[in-house]
Write a protein that binds this ligand. Structure first.
Ligand code: FAD
Length: 288
């Protein structure tokens, strides 16, 4: 289907983009890579009257280190994150997650900001962003605010972002020594989206005792979540396969897992445990 007609704007600064969003409240949509918005528009699930294409705001594409944080612009593409030498050195979990997204075309166009704001319950980035305890910088007419990733995801396709705000930056705290990360997913064969995906950030001491752990899970519920019960079962424990296996079984405890054409609720819950265990083992091997 052809999208309904719209007026197109290509601002060159964040302020210009914010001005347009405020000028057309509830009728304007931000366009980044277009890989989620355009399919929605073609199906007429989204019919914005005004498109604000932020693709020319080059300041939003940077990937850099500042103080104790990695700062990632919302417009950084999946490919630029996958291939960044800085991320491979400082936070390989991000490169690994980017490499797991869709195919080459999707990774060349799609952006981390677009993926987070779209909040597809099967998207890959939210798992890694939650596991890494990232912060998201949102800018609106009244200034900026910074949200923890866990406060950003509200429900299926719904975030805490207001219609007149832009997500401009994702901030990743520095990882301490002896930290390993892993992202593993069972993917849907046609699109690559996660049926279940688990990202782990794990810090151990010299005796392999778990000092810090963050586990982000996508695909299982209507929104991505931190597997806190697994984290609590691991913290302070000397990690071996039995401890990891017991904790991982709690990955979807207390949740109503989604059920669809690709996987039943029971199967998704089972996969959540299996992939949590595998991701923890992979992260531990790297942490050592
Ligand atoms: P857009 O489509 O441009 O925008 C998405 C939404 O976010 C829109 O509502 C837009 O208004 C809003 N938005 C975008 N940027 C901002 C911003 N900075 N501030 C405020 N609002 C903003 N994803 C996966 O995670 N895993 C996969 O395996 C996967 N496979 C895919 C396969 C195919 C064939 C396709 C088409 C997509 C796939 N995707 C997958 C989705 C892909 O990663 C998209 O690129 C991503 O979800 C959206 O990013 P985008 O830059 O294209 O955003």
């Amino acid at each position: 289907m052809i999208p309904s007609s719209f007026e197109y704007f290509a601002p060159k600064t964040v302020q210009e983009a914010l001005g347009l969003l405020s000028k057309f409240p509830d009728e304007a949509k931000v366009l980044a890579g277009g890989h989620s918005l355009l399919p929605q528009m073609k199906l007429r699930l989204a019919t914005p009257k005004y498109i604000v294409d932020i693709g020319r705001i080059s300041a939003l594409s940077s990937i850099k280190e500042e103080g104790a944080k990695l700062l990632i612009g919302a417009l950084a593409t999946h490919h630029s994150l996958e291939s960044s030498a800085l991320l491979k050195e400082k936070c390989p979990l991000l490169s690994e997650t980017a490499a797991a997204i869709g195919d080459v075309q999707v990774r060349n166009r799609g952006t981390i900001g677009g993926s987070l704001v779209h909040a597809d319950p099967a998207a890959d980035w939210p798992a890694a962003i939650l596991a890494l305890d990232a912060e998201l910088k949102l800018v609106g007419p009244a200034g900026e605010r910074v949200l923890k990733a866990q406060d950003f995801f509200v429900d299926m396709l719904t975030t805490a972002l207001k219609p007149n705000e832009l997500l401009t930056e994702i901030r990743i705290p520095q990882l301490p020594p002896r930290t390993g990360g892993a992202y593993l997913k069972m993917h849907q064969k046609a699109s690559g989206f996660a049926i279940v995906g688990v990202a782990v950030r794990l810090t151990v001491d010299a005796s392999q005792v778990c000092r810090e752990v963050g586990i982000g899970v996508t695909g299982v519920a209507s929104k991505p979540y931190r597997a806190r019960m697994v984290e609590d079962a691991l913290k302070g424990k000397k990690l071996d396969s039995a401890v990891i296996a017991t904790a991982a079984r709690k990955a979807s405890e207390g949740l109503d897992a989604l059920s669809d054409l690709h996987a039943s609720s029971e199967y998704r819950s089972h996969l959540a445990g299996v992939y949590t265990k595998r991701a923890l083992e992979a992260a531990l091997a790297k942490a050592k």
